[in-house]
Design a protein around this ligand. Structure first.
Ligand SMILES: [Fe+2]
Ligand SMILES: [Fe+2]
Length: 163
């Protein structure tokens, strides 16, 4: 059975993952307003991934005899100045999430909950991927600069993202 302290900490992460989904849906909607359907598609896939991250935690908390619960999700931002600014924020946000995951790992270790420590390693690896992907897209959007042709090419490429 998981301790109440650790269950509370994991529930806070459920909320953080759902906030990420909200943030990426808001970004998807922004891209749709610019008719950048490929960028929007990428964000929709990303939002679904975040919901999966939340659900994986939900199932784990319940499996360990805790109870997953749901707090209010903060409203995400709605406006950005450019696609570059959006992806810079994605990258920053994922770095914050990595910090949250690492704090959970530290807590599991301090509380000697080896099962939770092991469970969280999946998230540690996932955050490496999330940061690398976001950073790569930041670089590409930066290279595209003010070229509409380059942005449209990137839009087509991001539109290919598979689930
Ligand atoms: Fe996540
Ligand atoms: Fe991912």
């Amino acid at each position: 059975m998981i301790s109440e302290k650790l269950a509370t900490a994991l529930n806070e992460q459920v909320n953080a993952e759902l906030y990420s989904a909200y943030l990426y849906l808001s970004m998807a909607s922004y891209f749709e307003s610019l008719s950048l359907k490929g960028f929007a598609h990428w964000m929709h896939i990303q939002a679904r991934e975040e919901q999966d991250h939340a659900l994986k935690l939900y199932h784990y908390i319940n499996e360990r005899g805790g109870r997953a619960n749901f707090n209010a999700i903060a409203a995400p931002p709605e406006n950005w100045d450019s696609p570059l600014e959006v992806f810079e924020q994605v990258y920053q946000h994922e770095q914050v999430v990595t910090g949250l995951i690492h704090a959970l790992v530290d807590l599991a270790f301090a509380e000697k909950d080896h099962a939770m420590y092991h469970f969280l390693q999946w998230y540690v690896a996932e955050q490496v991927e999330e940061e690398a992907t976001a950073d790569e897209i930041v670089q590409q959007v930066r290279m595209a600069g003010d070229s509409a042709a380059a942005i449209l090419m990137l839009d087509r490429e991001l539109g290919q993202r598979a689930k």
